[in-house]
Design a protein around this ligand. Structure first.
Ligand SMILES: *Cc1c(COP(=O)(O)O)cnc(C)c1O
Length: 431
């Protein structure tokens, strides 16, 4: 197995295959598809890896085969995986929570953003122009990317977020980094921000003047590191409980869900996977019929999962054409509220609205008589969504120390008109 280069192919199968570095730098494949590994090997001896960084090194190694970054994989993992992803037992028997919110911005996106930042830092040739990482965010992505690139030499971050559409705490977090991180509040909605970013990437003259890099959720540099914590949780469960672990994954663009599927394909002892969505039904409609079409995005209480057309569906169909052992279930805002309210009494936990979707789906499985071991994946700390959570539980949620530190810093953002010209002027201006 060693030394066989790993190539990445486009889900649309009309682009040349490339090695990992090129796939990360390109973002989207030239035929408009998403890059996927051409094969996913089953790994032997996975169970010997114990810590999260050890598991990350094992599961990521096949994807780095033949790439210039392969000798640096261990350094990349040690730099990015500096916090835990604990699997905690809940009060109900055979029920666990995989906590992914112990990073600097209290959401799972810290894992992917930190790994991508470490990769991009090693791909920039010495003396190259500074790279501008341009990102549109509905909340969590921008903060994680800002934290990961803050004060990195050779990188500048430009964040666009919709005015009045992110929580006060999220807005503060986006603007509190300063230095090489600039936050712009756009008069428009998230789709306007995304349209502006796409326009900038498609503007050849602008790209001649400014070295733009993407940090959006289709990036393999964000997706691949997410395989590690699903594999680590399942291996830990296997070692301590002797059985495979089934997982419920809160799902929006399906990046975390596809990473969980990849972990299972690589040989991690994962049983069934259920994608828990909010009222946006694309994933469940796509899994239940080959014929489906995207619908406009609905705003829900789990706003980081408000995705009408999840791009990673293309990856899921490519990697798991028969869709074996995966399902999707939708959760309403009323059910999210009920699970947040009931969390402390039932399990001694305060859930964020996204995690509450997974908790609701597991409650349905239990009600139908499923007694197997299940973990819900907790994608964010509830203190990040205080405006939803606190009125439901009737008291403040203690803020984790890393987040509290960010909230104490002064925050600054600049208004930006929702036009290509306004964004181009910002990007061309010397930082
Ligand atoms: C981004 C996000 C999700 C959705 O993850 P996908 O990988 O897009 O499916 C769920 N919960 C939280 C808190 C998020 O920030």
């Amino acid at each position: 197995m060693a030394d066989t280069p790993m190539h990445f192919v486009s889900t649309r199968e009309a682009a040349p295959r490339v090695l990992l570095s090129q796939a990360v730098l390109a973002g989207l494949a030239p035929d408009g598809g998403l890059y996927v590994p051409e094969r996913v090997p089953r790994l032997d001896g996975l169970a010997r890896a114990r810590t999260l960084p050890e598991v990350a090194k094992r599961v990521l190694a096949p994807f780095f085969e033949g790439d210039a970054l392969a000798p640096q994989l261990h350094a990349l993992v040690d730099e990015a995986f500096t916090f835990e992803a604990p699997l905690k037992a809940l009060r109900s028997p055979d029920t666990f929570v995989l906590e992914l919110f112990h990073g600097p911005t209290s959401a799972f996106k810290d894992f992917g953003a930190r790994f991508l930042a470490a990769v991009l830092a090693r791909l920039a040739p010495a003396g190259a122009r500074p790279v501008t990482v341009l990102v549109a965010t509905s909340g969590d992505t921008g903060g994680a990317v800002a934290a990961a690139f803050h004060q990195r030499p050779g990188a500048r971050v430009v964040i666009l977020y919709p005015e009045g559409k992110v929580s006060a705490r999220q807005a503060h977090q986006l603007g509190c980094f300063g230095d090489n991180v600039e936050a712009y509040c756009v008069r428009g909605d998230f789709d306007d921000c995304q349209r502006l970013v796409k326009g900038a990437f498609g503007d050849a003259a602008l790209r001649g003047d400014v070295a733009l890099a993407s940090a959006n959720s289709i990036s393999l540099g964000r997706l691949l590191p997410q395989v590690a914590y699903h594999a680590h949780a399942a291996l830990t469960h296997q070692r301590t409980q002797g059985s495979a672990l089934n997982l419920v994954v809160p799902t929006g663009n399906l990046g975390n869900g596809v990473a969980c599927v990849l972990a299972r394909l690589l040989g991690a002892p994962i049983g069934d996977i259920v994608f828990a969505t909010n009222a946006n039904t694309a994933v469940s409609r796509a899994l239940s019929s080959a014929q489906w079409s995207p619908l406009p995005t609905l705003a829900t209480l789990a706003n980081a999962m408000d995705v009408g057309n999840p791009s990673n569906l293309e990856r899921l169909r490519f990697l798991l054409p028969g869709l074996e052992g995966v399902r999707a279930q939708e959760v309403s805002d009323a059910e999210i509220r009920a699970q947040v309210r009931a969390g402390e009494a039932r399990e001694g936990e305060v859930w964020c609205p996204h995690t509450a979707c997974a908790v609701e789906v597991l409650a349905r499985l239990r009600a139908s008589g499923d007694a197997r071991p299940w973990a819900v994946v907790a994608t964010a700390h509830p203190a990040k969504f205080e405006t939803v959570v606190e009125p439901l539980i009737g008291r403040p949620v203690p803020v984790p120390p890393a987040l509290a530190q960010l909230l104490q810093r002064p925050s600054r953002s600049t208004q930006l008109a929702p036009t290509a010209q306004a964004l181009a002027a910002v990007l061309r201006a010397a930082p």
